[in-house]
Every structure is written in C-alpha cells, then in structure tokens.
Design a protein around this ligand. Structure first.
Ligand code: ZN
Ligand code: FE
Length: 269
C-alpha cells in the first residue's frame, strides 16, 4: 500500500440517529461500533472496501449488533480482530482493551490509543489517534456534540472524570461520536447558558446543517469546551445555572455536573 493514500472517515447512518464509522485507507476499512451489519455492508460494497478490523466502544446493542453478521459473512472475515473494552460484557471481542493500550491497525496504517471513559457503561472506552488531518477521537456514547451520554452504569463522579480525560485532548481533536443528538443537545445547552454567544452561533450553524440534511458531526474539542455544558461544570455560568436548579449545586464540579446531567434527563424542549 502506498503511504500517499489518505486516511478518510466515512459516516454510515443507522437506526434513527446512530453514526457507525468506517476508517478507510486505500481499499481497507475498519468499522467503529457497527450496530447494524446491513448499512456497513452497503457502504463497503459502494466504496469497494475490504473490512480489516472492528473497533467497539461499549456493549450496547446499537454499537455491537452487527458484529456477528459482519464476521460470519466470509471465511476471511472470521479472522478479523474485534477490539473492545475489557470491562464491558461483549462475547465477540477478540482483543480486550483498557486505559493506555495501543491498537495497531496495520491495514489502514493507524495507531489508536485507548482511554477508559466509564459512566455511560462500566467499561466504556474511547479511541484517540493522530492523522495527517489532525487528531481524531471515537468516543461512542460518552461525549456528544454539545452533550454527553446518559449515566447508566457508572456514577456522576466517574462520568465527569471521563469527560475531563477527553477534554484534556488537543483542542483540534475531531470528535466522532455515535449519535446525531446535536439539535436537542443545543436546545438544552441554551437553557443552561442562554448568554453563551458561541452556543448561539453554533445553534444557527447546526440548524442550517440539519435543514440541509447534513451531519453536525464531527465537532472539535475546542468547540466543545466553549459550547458543551457537560464540559463546562467549572464555568461560572454553568455553576450558577445549576445552583438555580438545585440548591448547593455550585459547591463543586461534581455537584454541578450531577445537577446538569439530571436536569437534562428530565428536559423536554
Ligand atoms: Zn450506548
Ligand atoms: Fe448508542
């Protein structure tokens, strides 16, 4: 393979609002969180790609549901590695991963670094890599554009620590999250921070993109630090909003984050 061949990342829409991702170089592809096999097979066929590996962030059905069908499709496919979290229950995983592990995806000449990001699930992991176009992050259901995942299996303390770990990545990092939740997330974020000008500008852009049938993903970490209330638990505006909602919620970052996350759980625009 020529090193001149560029890396590209293809969004494969699935279900109501999922993004499955294909990381591609040349004719080789790696699937991230293939919750459904059919749209992945269609994308592989359309772009004449060979599936070389599967990468999983957590055990939920909409992220792993297509793995067995993809792997049993051909004899060659049965040999491809399935990378996934050590602490989530996923029978199909062949290479179990945790914090600090590195995944060498030789077929697409990409190395990914594993970050433990528990909270949405107990074992949720994210994958960070450097590409010629800048750093990239595959974060499943932990961080979304202008939002974060629900806390199903972990604690708010864990989830905040996970988001802090992601927030420490370079601000140029492109965030490939697993759902198109952006407009609903912006609606909530505007309730938390009505005076955030970056957020107001982002709403205009995101509404235009969705009206044109375009994706709002990926966003970049620097943008999230300015607009995502769940990365802003230490900001004066978000602390004040949390305090208005729950007395005592401005005491520390965990209390603020907990109040904001619970507010979002109940939020109906
Ligand atoms: Zn999930
Ligand atoms: Fe999901």
């Amino acid at each position: 393979m020529s090193v001149a061949e560029a890396l590209s990342i293809i969004a494969v829409p699935a279900f109501a609002d999922n993004y499955l991702w294909l990381i591609v170089r040349g004719r080789m592809a790696v699937a991230v969180d293939p919750g459904d096999a059919a749209p992945i097979e269609a994308a592989l066929a359309a772009h004449q790609l060979t599936l070389a590996a599967i990468v999983l962030t957590h055990h939920h059905r909409d992220h792993i549901g297509g793995v067995n069908a993809l792997r049993s499709a051909t004899p060659e496919r049965q040999r491809i590695p399935v990378y996934g979290p050590r602490h989530d229950p996923i029978a199909a995983v062949t290479v179990a991963l945790g914090q600090g592990d590195r995944v060498q995806l030789d077929a697409i000449e990409l190395e990914l670094e594993v970050l433990d990001v528990p909270g949405h699930t107990a074992g949720h992991i994210a994958y960070f890599g450097q590409t010629a176009d800048g750093p990239v992050l595959f974060c499943g259901d932990t961080l979304f554009a202008t939002g974060c995942g629900r806390i199903f299996e972990g604690t708010p303390t864990q989830m905040l620590a996970s988001l802090d770990r992601l927030a420490a990545l370079p601000p140029t990092t492109a965030i490939y999250c697993a759902h198109e939740y952006t407009l609903a997330n912006i609606h909530f974020a505007r309730a938390v921070e009505p005076d955030n000008l970056d957020l107001q500008a982002w709403e205009t852009i995101a509404v235009q993109r969705r009206a044109a049938g375009q994706s709002t993903v990926p966003t970049r970490m620097g943008h999230e630090l300015r607009t995502n209330p769940f990365l802003r638990s230490r900001s004066a505006a978000v602390r004040a909003a949390a305090e208005r909602r729950v007395s005592g919620a401005s005491a520390d970052a965990v209390a603020t984050f907990t109040a904001i996350r619970e507010w979002k759980n109940d939020f109906r625009a």
